[in-house]
Design a binder for this molecule. Structure first.
Ligand code: KG4
Ligand code: ZN
Length: 344
């Protein structure tokens, strides 16, 4: 009996400050996933500098593709589809990955899948669990977005609510900056929060009881600023840890409360959480407790697939392909403001 030829999807993610390449098999199993982070490059600037990001994507991408192919022991003939993030993100960064992927698809004469970065995050809890995406309610919490989504299956996404101002990750990063912590603030705040008293300061839980599925985090940042100004400078280690713990608890209260309410509203029995902020240990604990209490099945993205990566893009392309969805035309444009639900 002759073996079926290898059937791999190579995906590229360059929407912000991570250059990432991954390969998935046709069932969405992740074969290789590599990320070249630019965090140290942007950290001294306190945020992502678009020109620095795109310049480094173009320097790092080709060697990363080669290293990925070598790590997987693959040859070009093993690649039967190529995917890339085509939005949302920084235009000049998106262009690097998107045009490289299209050129590869043209050279290999294989389909090209234009993938929405948020679809990648949204489906990432199901990586290594199965390509058949069940009906569920998803919370996506990243540096740029906070979304509650009703997912009917792959490609069937109804955004139920989103943030009116800052995203949850953005709030972590801005408060981290106010506290003089390194960029990105999320992991730094989480580290200090682990040593602090979350009941010491009373931060607002904006829109927790608004009755809709939207969020607002900009008030939290303002109250953090007023609080920091009132305390003795430089902040003592105890004050710093207690602010971090109290702030984190306020964000987590809102995220978990809203997810719980959305799950009740639709009664799908399954909830999923993804995006960079889903690395947060307290959020993970609280989601798990809420799911157990409500008899809900909880799917959370693995930490390695929570922050930006290309495995989630390869998985989304594999899920689309397995569902019989066609590839995208090679003249599909990138879209820095691409919305979830609208196909690229
Ligand atoms: O998904 P992601 O890597 O990039 C975007 O698509 O935005 O998310 C990055 C965000 C940053 O705001 C970062 O501070 C936050 O995720 N983040 C965290 C943690 N790890 C990363 N926020 C809170 N706690 C963490 N442990
Ligand atoms: Zn992201």
């Amino acid at each position: 009996m002759t073996e079926a030829p290898p059937d791999f999807i190579l995906a590229i993610e360059t929407s912000c400050d991570e250059t990432a390449v991954a390969v998935a098999d046709a069932r969405g199993g992740i074969f290789v996933s590599r990320v070249a982070s630019q965090i140290e490059l942007h950290a001294p600037h306190g945020g992502v500098v678009p020109e620095l990001a795109s310049r480094n994507h173009s320097a790092d991408l080709k060697p990363l593709i080669q290293a990925t192919m070598e790590q997987g022991g693959m040859e070009w003939k093993d690649i039967s589809a190529v995917a890339a993030t085509s939005g949302p993100g920084l235009a000049s960064s998106l262009l690097i990955g998107d045009t490289t992927a299209k050129a590869m698809a043209a050279a290999l004469d294989c389909p090209f899948y234009s993938i929405n970065h948020m679809e990648g995050h949204l489906l990432s809890p199901f990586i290594q669990k199965g390509i058949l995406i069940p009906e569920h309610i998803a919370l996506v919490v990243s540096g740029g977005h906070t979304l509650l989504v009703k997912v009917g299956g792959v490609g069937d996404y109804e955004v139920m609510g989103s943030t009116k101002d800052d995203a949850a990750g953005e709030a972590f990063d801005k408060v981290g900056k106010l506290l003089g912590l390194a960029y990105p603030g999320g992991p730094e705040i989480a580290k200090h929060a682990a040593e602090g008293d979350s009941a010491r300061f009373d931060f607002p839980r904006s829109m927790l009881d608004s009755g809709d599925n939207d969020f607002s985090f900009s008030g939290l940042k303002t109250s953090a600023r007023y609080l920091i100004e009132k305390l003795n400078q430089p902040l003592s280690e105890t004050d710093l840890n207690d602010i971090c713990a109290s702030f984190q608890e306020a964000v987590v209260d809102v995220l978990v409360g809203k997810l719980q309410a959305a799950a009740k509203q639709y009664d799908t029995g399954i909830i999923a959480v993804s995006g960079g902020v889903s690395c947060n240990r307290r959020l993970r604990e609280r989601c798990a407790a809420m799911a157990t209490a409500g008899n809900l099945e909880l799917e959370m993205a693995e930490p390695a697939y929570s922050t930006d990566n290309a495995a989630m893009i390869a998985f989304a392309a594999a899920a689309r392909r397995a569902a019989g969805m066609p590839g995208s035309p090679l003249n599909t444009d990138i879209n820095p403001n691409l919305r979830l639900g609208s196909l690229p």
